[in-house]
Design a protein around this ligand. Structure first.
Ligand SMILES: C[S@@+](CC[C@H](N)C(=O)[O-])C[C@H]1O[C@@H](n2cnc3c(N)ncnc32)[C@H](O)[C@@H]1O
Length: 476
């Protein structure tokens, strides 16, 4: 039977309620040898009891960064994992927020940018030093004096001559990830940028330099990690094109001019945004580097709205995806630095697992984990990742509850995930945790349905509606 859809107007958002989701008789699954699916469905229904989920396609393009490359300021650094400023704006307006706004996973600083556009004080925290730098630079206020200084740095970079010395890097994959001349050019520009005296301008030019790295390299960020661009998919499988052949086909002969041109162009785009879209707001966000699980140690201000998107429980590793920039930008100098950094992350992937005990226990979650066929998982650590994820979620929501004003809100953009045919309904599990803490559920907007590997798709055929991305709004 198809889903029954009703048009509903909900807090100013055009929405469609999703009732009688998959009202298939449970016995139908038995014939498909799908007891596991029937059991999942039973748990999902239990979790959704008394909850109304709204299908809201109007947010579909706002929960990811589809337009970030063209959006002023957001385009300063290609941060793929964020949402749009408009999404945050709409909640600031509909919830009539005027007090402090907080983002515990501030990433490139989208929530903070929206707060700033609305002339509201905001606070942000992120563990990744690249995110913190990007968010600080994007949310900085640039005076006329600063603008003149940026202009003069752009002209100096344009006139910079070729490297006369050979630069070294501690990044052991550098020779694989870059063409040799491109690497030397990048290091030459970095060397110059580090000599810029004014820190505000140095940081801004450095973000421009970080933002071109992927484009001039032999790798691209794709799926759950980084992939070599010279590895091509063909009908008969993957083939590796010789590195030198691929570089000759894809980069111009003069690599120094190529890198300079990319950096120059990026700086011009940033300059344009600084000159045209800034200056009308006095409120500046405070951005801290650290774990959101300890945000209460970083500031004690009361919060009216927390709006964020945590890492999803899907093993995506934010440090792995930024590893080339982290190494080449000298944020890390050896493997131990890298390991330590990964260990501070939310427990959403196998590299973030630390020795923290699991304090939070959830019966529904345990039932779902017990359905996972661990033999078919690509890593034995996945059940620990899932438990760690909800343990961290519980810690964060408890701390948010303590620091949120009465009547204040928390908005969470999150996607569900699947492991070996079992869906982890992160949205409704978060809602369950929030309710246990004392929050009231205001809305759950289902913004889009997610895709998964074709193997998983087959296994999840009758449950595919639960693979979705949602915006949860809870209230203290
Ligand atoms: C989905 S992204 C947030 C994107 C952000 N909303 C934006 O629009 O740019 C999740 C972020 O969480 C950060 N993160 C992971 N573990 C963290 C932790 N324990 N504390 C704070 N931030 C963390 C990652 O570095 C990443 O920037």
């Amino acid at each position: 039977m198809p889903e029954v859809l009703h048009n509903i107007h909900c807090d100013g958002f055009e929405a469609i309620s999703l009732t009688a989701k998959s009202s298939k008789n449970l016995s139908l699954f038995k014939s498909e040898d799908s007891n596991r699916q029937a059991e999942q469905l039973r748990i999902f229904r239990k979790l959704e009891k008394k909850l109304l989920l709204f299908n809201t396609s109007s947010f579909e393009n706002q929960v990811h960064f589809q337009f970030a490359y063209q959006t002023p300021v957001q385009r300063w650094f290609p941060y793929r994992e964020g949402y749009s400023v408009e999404l945050v704006n709409s909640f600031i307006k509909s919830l009539k927020i005027s007090g402090n706004i907080f983002d515990p996973f501030s990433g490139s600083g989208t929530t903070l940018l929206a707060a700033r556009n609305n002339n509201i004080n905001s606070l942000g925290v992120d563990v990744n030093p690249i995110s913190v730098l990007v968010a600080r630079v994007e949310n900085e206020k640039y005076s006329t004096f600063n603008i003149n200084n940026i202009r003069s740095q752009i002209e100096t970079i344009k006139a910079l001559e070729r490297p006369k010395q050979e630069y070294q890097t501690t990044f052991n994959l550098a020779n694989k990830v870059f063409n040799a001349d491109i690497l030397q050019s990048l290091l030459h520009f970095k060397n110059y940028i580090k000599s810029i005296e004014d820190k505000k301008i140095r940081d801004l030019v450095f973000v421009a330099w970080l933002s071109i790295i992927e484009e001039v390299s032999n790798i691209k960020k794709e799926g759950n990690g980084i992939k070599y661009k010279n590895r091509k998919r063909t009908p008969s499988g993957y083939i590796n094109i010789d590195k030198e052949v691929w570089e000759n086909q894809n980069f111009p002969e003069d690599k120094f001019v190529f890198v300079k041109f990319k950096l120059y162009n990026q700086l011009e785009a940033i300059f344009y945004d600084v000159v045209n879209s800034y200056g009308n707001c006095e409120k500046r966000p405070k951005i801290y580097q650290g774990s959101c699980l300890e945000f209460n140690r970083l500031f004690s201000d009361e919060i009216e709205l927390t709006f964020f998107s945590p890492p999803y429980c899907n093993c995506f590793d934010y440090f792995e995806i930024h590893k080339v920039e982290l190494w080449l930008g000298d944020f890390i100098k050896d493997k131990e630095d890298f390991r330590k950094l990964r260990n501070t992350g939310f427990r959403s992937n196998t590299n973030s697992l630390n020795y923290k005990p699991i304090v939070y226990k959830n019966k529904n979650l345990e039932s779902l984990i017990s359905l996972i066929d661990t033999e078919r998982l690509w890593s034995k650590k996945i059940p620990s990742v899932i438990r760690g994820y909800f343990d961290d979620t519980n810690t964060l929501l408890n701390k948010l509850y303590d620091q949120t004003v009465h009547g204040g809100h928390v908005g969470i953009v999150v996607g569900n995930s699947a492991y070996s045919g079992v869906i982890i309904p992160t949205d409704t599990l978060i809602v369950e945790i929030a309710q246990q803490i004392g929050f009231k559920v205001k809305n759950i907007f289902v913004t889009r349905h997610l895709t998964t590997s074709s193997q998983q798709k087959k296994k999840l055929s009758s449950l595919k509606n639960y693979l979705r991305e949602s915006v949860i709004i809870i209230e203290k």
